[in-house]
Design a protein. Structure first.
Length: 469
C-alpha cells in the first residue's frame, strides 16, 4: 500500500465449516444421515427411531418429517444437495422389527432384525442419577467396535458402522468434544450385535470422596451441624471412626485412570490423573444381520442369513436381472421417444392454430373497417334519422318536406295515444298541417271516399242497438 495508507485487512476463511472435535475436517467430508421410519409402526418403535436420531446428532436431520406420500426415491433425490451419506430406516412386520442401513445413493444396504430394544427413557428410569447433558450432543460420538470377524459380511458391517460417524484425527482432536461413545459388540455364539450408547465424564482420582463431590457439584454443602471444616472431609476422625479417604482408590479401576494431556472439564485439568466414567443413556438394541443387498434397498443379494442358493441359481437370477434391466431400458427409451414426438406434434399444432387465429383476427378487423360506413348509412335510411335531423346532403324544398321524401310516409318519433292525431309538421321543412293517424293524409284535404269506413268513429245508437239484439 502507498505511504500513509492504513494497512490492508487480512481476510480469514470463516465460511469453511469445521466439524467440532475434528480440526481441519470440512463439512463435505462429514457423514450425514437420515433416520426415518417406513410403514405402520407402533408407538414404541417410533420412539426408538427418535432415540437413534438423537444418537446420530448433530449430523442428522433432527426434525425430519415423513408422510405416506413420500417415496424412497424422494429422499434419495434430496440426499445429494444436502450431503446425506447414509439412511437408517426402521420398519416392522407382524413377526419382528427391522433396521436398514443404506449407503446413499447406490448402496449397499444392510438389513438387521431388531430382536430386543430398550428406550432411552427406560434406561434413565432404571438409574439412580441419570446423566445426559445437552452439551454432549453438540459433537458427534466416538465409535468402538469389538469382536468383529473376518467374514465378508462382517467386514462390510465393520466398514458401515465406522462410516456412520466422522473419523478422528488423534493429533488434532480436542478432549472436551469427546462427550459420548457408541459401543457395538459382536457375539459370535449368538451371531448378534449389541448396540450401546454412553456419555463420557472425567473426575480427579486419588482424592477424598467428599472432596470429589464438592468439586463436581455446584451446590454448597451443609455445614450447619459441624464445628470445623475438617469434619466434612473426615467425619470419623478423632472419635474412633474409620475415614473414607481411601475409598476412592478402591472404587477406581486401574484401567480407567488416565493422565490428561488437555483440559477436559472444570475439575479435570491437563497433566492430572483422572478416572473416566461411562454412564449409559440409551437406547439399547440387539441386532442380527439378515441380508446384504448390492443396491439401495434393491439389487443382487450378496448375503442372506437363512437362504442359501447354488451357483446355478445365482447365475440364473443374474441373467434374469440383466434381461429385466435391458427390457426396462428399452421401454424407457421408447417412452422418451414417444414423449418427444408428442411434444413436437403439440408444438406444431399450437403454431398452426395460432397462425389461423391471427389470420381470422386480421380479416375480421379489415372487414369491420370496410363495412363501417355502409352499415351506418343503411341504418340511417331505414330509421329515417337523416331525414328528421336534416342530415341529408340535398337541401329541403320550401314546401315543407325534405327532398326525395314522400308526403305519405309517417313522421318519425310518433307520440300520443292510439287514434289521436299527430301535431306538428311532417318533414324537415316548414308548413304542413295535421295528418290523419291511419291514412297519413292531411286533415281537411277533402271528403273521404265513398264506401270508406272510419275505424275510429263511434257507431251510432241504431247500430249499437242492433249489435245488442
Amino acid at each position: 500500500p502507498p505511504a500513509g495508507a492504513p494497512p490492508r485487512r487480512k481476510k480469514h476463511r470463516t465460511h469453511v465449516e469445521v466439524v467440532a472435535g475434528q480440526a481441519g475436517t470440512k463439512a463435505a467430508e462429514t457423514p450425514r444421515s437420515f433416520v426415518m421410519k417406513r410403514g405402520k409402526l407402533g408407538e414404541l418403535v417410533a420412539e426408538l427411531s427418535e432415540d437413534v436420531r438423537h444418537v446420530m446428532e448433530p449430523h442428522t436431520a433432527r426434525n425430519l418429517k415423513e408422510t405416506k406420500a413420500n417415496k424412497l426415491k424422494d429422499f434419495v433425490q434430496v440426499s445429494g444437495p444436502l450431503g446425506i451419506s447414509h439412511f437408517m430406516i426402521f420398519s416392522a412386520t407382524e413377526r419382528s422389527k427391522y433396521l436398514k442401513i443404506c449407503r446413499a445413493p447406490r448402496g449397499p444396504t444392510l438389513t438387521f432384525r431388531v430382536h430386543k430394544y430398550t428406550l432411552s427413557r427406560e434406561v434413565a428410569a432404571a438409574q439412580r442419577n441419570p446423566r445426559a447433558p445437552p452439551n454432549a450432543f453438540l459433537s458427534p460420538p466416538l465409535v468402538v467396535l469389538n469382536n468383529f470377524g473376518d467374514a465378508p459380511h462382517q467386514k462390510l458391517a465393520t466398514i458401515t458402522f465406522q462410516n456412520l460417524f466422522p473419523p478422528i484425527n488423534v493429533r488434532k482432536v480436542k478432549l472436551s468434544t469427546c462427550q459420548r461413545v457408541v459401543l457395538i459388540d459382536y457375539d459370535k455364539e449368538s451371531g448378534r450385535f449389541q448396540f450401546r450408547h454412553y456419555t463420557i465424564s472425567a473426575a480427579p482420582t486419588g482424592a477424598n470422596r467428599r472432596l470429589r463431590k464438592l468439586l463436581t457439584s455446584r451446590a454448597a454443602p451443609d455445614l450447619g451441624g459441624m464445628t470445623d471444616v475438617s469434619e466434612f472431609f473426615d467425619p470419623g476422625g478423632g472419635r474412633g471412626g474409620v475415614s473414607d479417604a481411601s475409598d476412592s482408590e478402591g472404587e477406581d479401576a486401574v484401567n480407567a485412570r488416565v493422565d490428561l494431556a488437555q483440559d477436559y472439564n472444570r475439575v479435570a485439568h491437563a497433566n492430572t490423573r483422572s478416572r473416566i466414567i461411562l454412564q449409559e443413556v440409551g437406547p439399547r438394541m440387539e441386532l442380527e444381520l439378515m441380508k446384504v443387498e448390492e443396491g439401495m434397498c434393491e439389487g443382487r443379494v450378496l448375503y442372506h442369513a437363512y437362504v442359501h442358493k447354488t451357483e446355478e441359481e445365482v447365475v440364473a437370477l443374474e441373467e434374469q436381472t440383466v434381461n429385466k434391466e435391458a427390457l426396462r431400458r428399452t421401454r424407457r427409451e421408447e417412452q422418451e421417444s414417444n414423449v418427444r414426438r408428442k411434444a413436437k406434434d403439440t408444438a406444431e399444432k399450437a403454431a398452426i392454430e395460432e397462425e389461423f387465429a391471427g389470420r381470422k383476427k386480421r380479416k375480421r378487423a379489415k372487414s369491420k373497417d370496410d363495412d363501417g360506413i355502409k352499415t351506418f348509412s343503411s341504418f340511417d335510411k331505414k330509421k329515417g334519422f337523416g331525414k328528421s335531423l336534416g342530415m341529408d346532403k340535398k337541401t329541403p324544398k320550401k314546401g315543407g318536406s325534405t327532398a326525395g321524401g314522400d308526403d305519405d310516409d309517417p313522421p318519425p318519433f310518433k307520440r300520443g295515444r292510439k287514434g289521436a292525431t299527430d301535431r306538428g309538421g311532417g318533414g324537415g321543412g316548414g308548413g304542413g298541417g295535421d295528418r290523419d293517424k291511419l291514412t297519413g293524409k292531411k286533415a281537411g284535404s277533402g271528403p273521404a271516399k265513398k264506401g270508406s269506413v272510419d275505424k275510429n268513429k263511434r257507431p251510432s245508437k241504431q247500430v249499437r242497438a242492433k249489435q245488442k239484439r
